[in-house]
Design a protein around this ligand. Structure first.
Ligand code: UDP
Length: 432
């Protein structure tokens, strides 16, 4: 008899995997959820990704890939909302998912992404009697370490999700230590699985062809034949694009180097204007180019055409951009924080910068720009080092966690608190 296909319910409440990454609230997590779901569907799982309806005309169900689909759930007004506001609609979202799921085959497992989704995930796992896995992607308490205050109900919500989930996946051992130390997670339930990247998309290839294609597809980038420093990401302060604008005039040996800032959209005009003014103030107004967030298929050309990729973030729980660039053969210069501290190996496939200062970034970038031999050596090492992040490996490790939970043993020795049936709203009110 043929074995029934395993069914997975993915909670991605606050953002859809189809939202354009590199804009206000869409980034690595969206890419991750889409890629993981595709890979799980390829190996035979049926995957339904539940996300909040954030526009009136979103279809009820949308195909992501064969075997994987996105289901829009009504919860709160059908407009874009920040996650902190979406938290107030969690019960409505949970009820909406339950109602839709009642018309389908039962799920074997729930995988939630981010704490808001985790609140629905733990509740549904109690009602459906199936295991729940959570990934936070970012944690409020880590953001606070980096001076980005978060509302108290976020930390309270995260604590509840930690206590009531069967397994927690962290992207790095740093995140794991944080979950255990700051959130009291049971160590036996926290697994480290790095994020995956699509190596069929991100690999080295002809630089000249990439430059030619970019000239046609992204004319706003201007000439790409001189040294190019690439920044890719959401235009939020913690990503540090301003630090690179300030670093550019300090790279004295390369007066023709340009900085390509790729990310954001029309909602980020104010931040882009601030960066533009800063560039003029630093005397590099003509050398800083801005490109709105691009579709994923355009990224490989950007990574290959760039001389170096710079990731000056205050914090990255994993940092997909640095890995995508390195897989494409371009060394990364990144802050020594979070996931970047393990994916970038200082002096081997790029440089890590300990002190987040423009001069420090300028010095590290200059070392690469002025030395082609070093750059080639590091580029080759980068491509080889990134092979471990192939989706084939990463999806396998995630499946190992699922299988362990689905096997009769469960995760050996794990103690998970029974999910407290108090309403989420009362949790949020008590904590604020
Ligand atoms: N990204 C994209 N187009 C853009 C800018 C970014 O597709 O114009 C993607 C990028 O390739 C990466 C993700 O957005 O996969 C950003 O992930 P990362 O982990 O670097 O940062 P996060 O957004 O999670 O903070």
């Amino acid at each position: 008899m043929m074995r029934r296909r395993r069914r997975l319910a993915v909670m991605s409440t606050h953002t859809s995997p189809l939202a354009r990454a590199g804009t206000t609230k869409a980034g690595g997590m969206n890419v991750y959820v889409a890629d993981l779901s595709r890979h799980l569907a390829e190996v035979g799982w049926e995957v339904d990704i539940y996300t909040r309806r954030d526009r009136v005309d979103a279809p009820d169900v949308e195909a992501l890939a064969p075997g994987a689909r996105i289901v829009h759930v009504n919860a709160g007004p059908p407009v874009g909302l920040p996650p902190t506001e979406i938290a107030a609609h969690v019960s409505e979202f949970t009820a909406g998912v339950e109602q839709i799921a009642a018309r389908r085959e039962p799920y074997d497992l729930i995988h939630s992404h981010y704490w808001v989704a985790g609140l629905s995930g733990i509740e549904l796992s109690r009602r459906w009697q199936c295991p729940h896995v959570v990934m936070f992607h970012t944690l409020g308490a880590i953001k606070e370490v980096f001076q980005q205050p978060e509302p108290p109900f976020r930390i309270a919500g995260e604590r509840r999700v930690v206590a009531c989930s069967d397994a927690i996946i962290g992207a790095t051992s740093h995140e794991r230590a944080f979950l255990i130390g700051q959130y009291g997670a049971d160590a036996s339930r926290v697994r480290v699985v790095p994020c995956g990247i699509d190596l069929e998309m991100f690999h080295p290839a002809g630089v000249e062809e990439s430059r030619r294609r970019l000239a046609a597809s992204l004319p706003e980038l201007g000439a790409t034949d001189g040294p190019g420093i690439l920044f890719v990401g959401r235009l939020e302060q913690a990503k540090g694009a301003d630090l690179l604008v300030q670093a550019l005039p300090l790279i004295e040996s390369q007066p023709s180097a340009s900085l390509w800032i790729v990310g954001g959209d029309e909602r980020d005009e104010a931040e882009r204007a601030r960066l533009r003014d800063l560039a003029v103030e630093c005397g590099v107004g003509q050398r800083v180019r801005f490109v709105n967030a691009v579709a994923r298929r355009q990224l490989p050309d950007l990574y290959r055409a760039a001389t170096v990729c710079a990731v000056p973030s205050a914090y990255e729980s994993f940092g997909l951009v640095a890995v995508e660039a390195m897989a494409s053969g371009t060394p990364s210069v990144a802050t020594r924080v979070g996931g970047l501290a393990s994916t970038v190996v200082h002096g081997k496939n790029g440089f890590l910068v300990g002190n987040r200062q423009p001069q420090e970034f300028a010095t590290a970038i200059d070392r690469l720009l002025r030395n082609e031999v070093l750059r080639r050596r590091m580029g080759a090492a980068a491509t080889a080092d990134m092979a471990v992040y192939s989706w084939r490996n990463v999806a396998r490790s995630i499946l190992d966690v699922y299988e362990e939970l689905l096997s009769e043993r469960g995760i050996a020795g794990a103690q998970r608190e029974p999910c407290c049936p108090d309403s989420v709203e009362s949790l949020l009110v008590t904590a604020s």
